[in-house]
Design a protein around this ligand. Structure first.
Ligand SMILES: Nc1ncnc2c1ncn2[C@@H]1O[C@H](COP(=O)(O)OP(=O)(O)OP(=O)(O)O)[C@@H](O)[C@H]1O
Length: 890
């Protein structure tokens, strides 16, 4: 170590804190031999190590450091090189290897940080909240325990019927692959390649006309069980518009966390997720006012509540700008690093975005044309004669290849995949042997920090954080060269991005084994049954999404990866106490923070297989949500109320005082008929228009196992009932009063009740149409199906006039029952003779008028019962249509 020379100068720039590190020799504690102008960073010699002593003021620098080559041990690397280094963060274990600050900041994952060797302008992180307070690290420490899940699929073929003449169309042709926990997987391919189909199959949404098998952790998938372990976040993230972010989260928490957790604990979970995901400052913002990126994040946050180990995303970046895309993919990556299996379909990612993915599954013409590490793609293609041009985005290139722009090469690639060729490339260790060795040693280190580990030790008695770097080469007396550093940079980057192969925490946790540094490590929980606890610590994503870190560590003290930001002091515990260092863990004795260590079976059904909450609880939560939503939907609710009052007043003025006038009975019948029609249409049309949107939310939430169809349907049915009753009643009373109908309580009540029942039947019809059709079809079908019921209502044509063979239609016309019931309420029940202000009034006797309308035999209660029966019947049919719809989606 005495001979060890750090050959590279480190230059850190920051607007506020000057921190310049220049080449030093390890045998010169103060950096002798070369001038140092460090204000707050210095290197000092330590036995068998090179140590940097960093003043805490510099620990949390918001800096972007560049490493410039000055004195290289090797002549061929004289050319100046720059490597992006730390961004905005403290110096943590992974950032320092072999005496160099290595680009492996956690911020590379979530902060819009720089990865690889790209020279990018330094990002200015947003580390403080609007009120100027520093944002602390956020731990997802209260989520329920869930098991890690690997998904393997073998020989999946899927076809759809294209009608009798055309037969079947095969969409997926015997595709196989494996998506591992801890990895961010991209499913890519040209349009129509079958990406969504594959993901739907893996998510369990498509089960028919399917062959092949899906294995979960090596065992046959139990679909019902699997669906409880996974969530699917769709492209069009439909959210309940009138709830705030926090309210939406609480609904999710109440539904998904069950009653085992009290409300205060649920709030903690919700706040923690919102903090982590960068939405805490938007807690009270209505979901309809969120930006596209925030909506996506909320969609993720809603699902994160019960901590699903598998998350599927259908084109999560669609419609987002490049910066927001990057933040989002960074977030997904950090979620993957927590041990989750994250699978996304993605269309055409930028190079920067593309390299964020660990694993690529490339489809073309329904077949797999590459599966493996993203970095293996270019060499794989090159080996088959498809050289990705320099400065060309590999993601673009592979799509061009898949689309046939370089000839029909898909069969060749598919064949290569089948022959196992891409596996070679996906696991190849592109010159990262040093890193591999180091990482492997770290893994073997089993908690010991004595060799080959990068540690950060905090001297609690001093104001310094000491970064200790040990270096195999130093021990061997070999000089560290720039190429070493480069390799380390890449490897560290790789290691950190792939879950931190044991850095910093004593090396027990990586578990990636000796396969390769490119291969993401298995989680500690998979490595050791003794490990009972995994901790994820994610730095919150700021509003600009620029800061993030993560760590996960196990109870036995083997840190899988420990990248902490903010104070930098936590890095000490990363190294020294095996990573059980994050605030949550530390504050609670080290192991309250379980994320993925559940021994919950992923294969077999638990004894109680159902939703997290009882049907009754689901019903209440959904009823409350629907009620609040309707109340807050100011536009529609107020408009509905206003329209009932205004139209009621207009009708009242048109038919003013006709109710008791014998000479105007036909006009009065017209008024009653119009009242029936109005209550009917005003109930049906809003339902046809709004229900499809609610359906989208329902489908998402139901398929993600929040609640049952029954609970949703009953809640939906009940929630709008009071509003419909009030609006229809208001209208009827206004009309009734202005048109001077008989002011007898029972007649008023009967009239209002029959009109309300008519409106409820119409609403049920709207629900049925909304459940079965899209808005466009529904808007057409609603009025069209109503026309016959109006014709057979008895107003335009007397029942006696209708031909016998068509009279049955009158019995299924709910408008008939509504109109008849209203007429009977006003003219029936032996009403006294009407007033006559004309020379002659033919219908002074109300009974005579009812005879004329063929309603003299009508019974009010029959009309009411018929309407109630139709209401119940339609609701039942709508329920089954919804079930069928759900079945069709699958
Ligand atoms: N129900 C269906 N009937 C007929 N063809 C279907 C059906 N579902 C999917 N397909 C066809 O299967 C192919 C794959 O569809 P899929 O939606 O999986 O493609 P994709 O790769 O996700 O495309 P995109 O990127 O454009 O969304 C397409 O050609 C599509 O037309």
């Amino acid at each position: 170590m005495d001979d060890a020379v750090i050959n590279v100068p480190l230059v850190c720039k920051d607007d506020t804190v000057e921190a310049i590190v220049r080449p030093i020799q390890a045998n010169d504690a103060a950096g002798g031999g070369l001038p140092l102008s460090m204000q707050s960073v210095s290197f000092q010699k330590m036995p068998n190590s090179v140590a940097a002593v960093i003043n805490p003021t510099s620990v949390n620098l918001n800096v972007n450091c560049s490493m410039q080559q000055q004195q290289l041990g090797q002549q061929q690397q004289q050319q100046q090189q720059q490597l992006p280094l730390l961004q905005q963060t403290n110096f943590v274990g992974n950032n320092l290897k072999n005496g160099a600050l290595i680009h492996s900041s956690p911020n590379n994952l979530c902060n819009g940080g720089i990865s690889g060797n790209h020279m990018l302008a330094p990002k200015v992180p947003n580390n403080s909240s609007p009120n100027g307070h520093k944002k602390g690290p956020v731990s997802l420490s209260h989520l329920p325990q869930r098991p890690p899940v690997d998904i393997e699929f073998c020989d999946i073929s899927y076809s759809v019927s294209e009608g009798r003449r055309r037969g079947f169309k095969t969409i997926l042709k015997s595709v196989s692959g494996k998506f591992r926990n801890g990895e961010l997987t991209a499913i890519m391919g040209p349009s129509g390649a079958g990406k969504s189909t594959l993901m739907n199959i893996l998510a369990g949404y498509k089960t028919a006309q399917l062959s092949g098998s899906v294995l979960i952790n090596g065992k046959e998938r139990n679909l019902r069980r699997f669906r409880k372990l996974s969530c699917y976040i769709m492209q069009d993230d439909v959210l309940i518009a009138n709830l705030s972010v926090h309210e939406a989260m609480m609904v999710s928490a109440n539904l998904k966390l069950g009653k085992n957790m009290d409300l205060a604990a649920k709030r903690v979970v919700v706040d923690e997720i919102l903090e982590t995901i960068g939405l805490i400052e938007s807690s009270s913002t209505k979901t309809c006012n969120l930006s596209g990126g925030q909506r996506k994040r909320l969609s993720i946050a809603l699902e994160l509540v019960n901590n699903p180990p598998v998350m599927f995303f259908d084109e999560p970046t669609s419609g987002l700008d490049s910066s927001t895309c990057f933040q989002l993919i960074s977030l997904l990556k950090s979620l993957a690093r927590g041990g989750r299996t994250i699978v996304c379909t993605i269309h055409q990612p930028s190079a920067r975005l593309f390299e964020k993915f660990d694993h690529l599954y490339m489809l073309a013409e329904g077949q797999c044309m590459y599966e493996g590490h993203v970095r293996g793609l270019v060499p794989f293609l090159a080996s088959l004669g498809y050289d990705c041009p320099s400065y060309h985005n590999p993601a673009d290139y592979v799509l061009e290849v898949a689309s046939g722009e370089y000839g029909h090469c898909v069969p060749k690639l598919v064949q290569a995949v089948k022959s196992g060729m891409c596996k070679i490339y996906s696991q190849k260790n592109y010159g990262l042997n040093l890193a591999k060795d180091i990482n492997n040693d770290i893994i073997k280190g089993n908690g010991s920090n004595t060799n080959n580990t990068n540690t950060i030790a905090t001297n609690e008695n001093s104001t310094y954080t000491t970064i200790t770097i040990e270096d195999e080469k130093h021990k061997l007396g070999e000089p560290i060269t720039m190429s070493d550093l480069e390799m380390n940079t890449i490897s560290n980057n790789e290691a950190s991005e792939s879950g931190g192969v044991g850095d910093g925490g004593g090396g027990g946790g990586g578990g990636g084994g000796s396969d390769s540094v490119l291969k993401p490590p298995k989680l500690e929980t998979q490595q050791s049954q003794q490990s009972e606890c995994t901790v994820i610590n994610m730095q919150r994503i700021g509003d600009n999404g620029l800061d993030d870190s993560y760590s996960y560590s196990s109870r036995d003290g083997h840190s899988a990866n420990a990248l902490n930001t903010n104070t930098g002091l936590s890095g000490a515990s990363n190294s020294n106490v095996g990573g059980v260092n994050n605030s949550a863990a530390a504050g609670t004795g080290g192991c309250t923070t379980s994320l993925l260590d559940s021994h919950e079976s992923v294969i077999t059904l638990p004894n109680k297989s159902g939703f997290p909450t009882s049907g009754w609880t689901q019903f209440w939560i959904l009823l409350k949500r629907s009620f609040v939503t309707i109340m807050r939907d100011g536009m529609l609710t107020h408009m509905r109320l206003a329209s009932h009052i205004i139209v009621g007043a207009i009708i009242g003025m048109i038919y003013y005082d006709v109710g008791n006038e014998a000479s105007k009975v036909m006009s009065n019948a017209g008024c009653i008929f119009f009242t029936t029609l109005f209550t009917m249409f005003t109930a049906m049309m809003p339902t046809i228009l709004t229900f499809p949107t609610e359906m989208s939310v329902f489908v998402r939430e139901h398929l993600n196992y929040w609640y049952s169809l029954k609970a949703f349907y009953f809640a939906k049915t009940m929630a709008d009932l009071p509003f419909q009753i009030i609006f229809s009643s208001v209208y009827c009373l206004v009309v009734y009063y202005l048109t001077s109908q008989p002011m007898e309580v029972h007649r008023v009540t009967m009239f209002v009740v029959i009109c309300v029942l008519t409106s409820l039947v119409a609403q049920s019809l709207g629900l049925l149409i909304g459940a079965g059709m899209n808005i466009e079809t529904g808007v057409f079908l609603g009025p069209v199906t109503t026309i016959p019921t109006i014709l057979f209502s008895g107003f335009f044509v007397n029942f006696d006039t209708i031909p016998g063979y068509l009279q049955w239609v009158t019995y299924v016309s709910y408008v008939r029952y509504g109109f008849e019931g209203a007429m009977v309420s006003i003219y029936g029940m032996d009403r006294a003779k009407l007033q006559c202000n004309a020379m002659y009034c033919h219908f002074r006797s109300p009974k005579k008028f009812l005879e004329e309308m063929s309603m003299d035999q009508a019974e009010y209660w029959i009309d009411a019962v018929a309407l109630i029966g139709t209401f119940i019947g339609l609701r039942i049919i709508a329920y089954f249509v919804l079930r069928w719809k759900l079945h069709m989606i699958r």
